[in-house]
Design a protein around this ligand. Structure first.
Ligand SMILES: *Cc1c(COP(=O)(O)O)cnc(C)c1O
Length: 461
């Protein structure tokens, strides 16, 4: 054994204690450290030959890299939709590495049974029935890709071809219809050989909405003359958190042949609160569902879950047949369900958080975040020089400059907010107008943070 490796093995408890001390210090200071770092990263160093040992690596990391890491896990990072990591999920994440299980299948470990338990808890949390099965993946992009891969196989079933054997070309051109799809849907269609340009946008409702016009969707489906299609419904759009009417869309299946995939990456969390659960009414009717977990569940990167009613088709797409693994029979191992073969036990941080805080604890995070977004929305309305681009429907405030909101001026405002170190928001374009998004999805964010966020925006104006 290499000398440094042998040394580390003999002093493992001390090493873990040092890493723990650093993590505890960083997390204790998280609310006060600059939210983002805009300075240039250090130059690269040469590959070490002898190695510094783990304590040496920890010292080098602390000195060279840690100072430039962002406070994105903290309470005032409102860019994209960014969750933090609950205390229990951090502990679960550490233990995921310590146990280092391969979650691909039941090979002499209970790890995958724990993943199944966690998926069943999540299914219940999001109001899905027993007909949905699921698996952990790395993020909502991966979850959307898996859902659409199953949709692609379903199209094959309808047309009498096997996509998993004959390839996507066997389908001919595919129609994918959606109102306000997330950018990851185009990426998924590219990966799946369906093609980005096969995503056709359907008109949305009038009156400052991003939800699909179900009557327009009905007409678009009629125009396909019975050809089966894929509909991507959106439960929580990134700009204004609008929700498609899932129940009405699902009802269209009485007259049209389509696979219903729902991207509920963060909007799915509306199901946790009786005040907002009606926004995702009908989610259970979907054929496949995407929910991100490193956003509003507040587990560390990277984690999301995918659900589907057609596990048979999922296995047709993803099964990994080999002499030593065999073909799946009965309850399929995870190796046969997602793009990965070997995989991290990504479920463990989520299991810890759900065990630690339960449905009520996670509901409280959602409801607090929504209340704080509404509060910031009211302050935007009350601030000269700013205006809302859309009502605050859930946890995102979409706003812009009251006068002359050019891309240049809005980008400059975003940079000026970031330069305060107090808050971080991301630019967007909503309905043709450049604006900013402040997305609340961190478990730490408090009313005092909203004071600091609105203060930072006012100073940056
Ligand atoms: C964030 C998001 C995605 C992509 O999620 P990743 O975790 O970044 O892959 C997809 N859809 C929606 C609606 C999202 O908000």
């Amino acid at each position: 054994m290499h000398r440094s490796l042998a040394d580390d093995l003999s002093r493992l408890p001390e090493l873990l204690q040092s890493a723990r001390d650093l993590a505890a210090r960083e997390l204790a200071g998280l609310s006060e450290r600059p939210v983002v770092h805009l300075d240039k990263a250090p130059d690269r160093e040469a590959l070490p030959t002898g190695g510094a040992g783990a304590q040496g690596a920890l010292a080098r990391f602390t000195e060279r890299w840690a100072p430039g890491f962002s406070g994105s896990a903290g309470p005032r990072y409102l860019g994209f939709v960014t969750g933090g990591a609950t205390p229990a999920s951090v502990a679960g994440d550490w233990l995921t590495s310590a146990y280092d299980q391969n979650g691909s299948g039941e090979v002499g470990s209970w790890a995958t049974a724990l993943e199944r338990e966690t998926v069943s808890w999540l299914r219940e949390l999001f109001g899905l029935g027993e007909a949905h099965s699921g698996a952990f993946v790395t993020g909502a992009t991966a979850s959307n890709t898996v859902g659409l891969a199953i949709a692609r196989e379903w199209l094959g079933e309808r047309l009498g071809v096997s996509v998993s054997r004959d390839g996507a070309a066997a389908l001919g051109p595919v129609d994918v219809l959606s109102g306000s799809p997330h950018s990851s849907i185009g990426k998924a269609l590219s990966v799946l050989g369906i093609g980005r340009d096969r995503l056709r946008s359907v008109p949305v409702l009038s009156g400052n909405r991003e939800a699909v016009d179900v009557a327009a969707l009905d007409s678009a489906l009629s125009a396909l003359d019975g050809r089966p299609a894929i509909v991507v419904a959106n439960a929580g759009t990134v700009n204004t958190v609008d929700f498609d009417d899932l129940r009405a869309i699902a009802a269209l299946r009485e007259r049209h042949d389509f696979w219903l995939h729902v991207d509920a990456a963060f909007g799915g969390f509306a199901a946790l609160s009786p005040s907002y659960a009606d926004l995702v009414d009908g989610l259970d009717a979907a054929d496949s569902v995407c929910v991100d977990l490193h956003k509003w569940l507040n587990v560390p990167y990277d984690a999301a879950v995918q659900f589907t009613r057609r596990r048979d088709l999922q296995v047709a797409v993803f099964h990994n047949a080999s002499p030593y693994l065999g073909l799946p029979a009965g309850e399929p191992d995870f190796v046969h369900l997602t793009p990965e073969n070997s995989r991290r036990l990504r479920a463990l941080p989520a299991w810890f958080s759900l065990m630690a805080y339960g449905r009520d604890g996670h509901r409280e995070i959602v409801e607090r975040n929504v209340a704080l977004a509404q509060e910031l929305g009211e302050r935007v309305v009350a601030t000269d020089g700013l205006r809302l681009l859309a009502p605050v429907r859930l946890n995102v405030v979409c706003f812009t400059l009251a006068d002359d909101p050019t891309q240049e001026r809005v980008d400059a405002l975003a940079r000026a907010v970031a330069a305060t170190g107090e808050a971080f928001v991301t630019p967007t374009v909503y309905d043709g107008t450049p604006g900013l998004r402040a997305a609340f999805s961190n478990w730490r964010t408090s009313a005092a943070d909203v004071d600091r966020i609105s203060g930072a925006v006012a100073r940056a104006l």
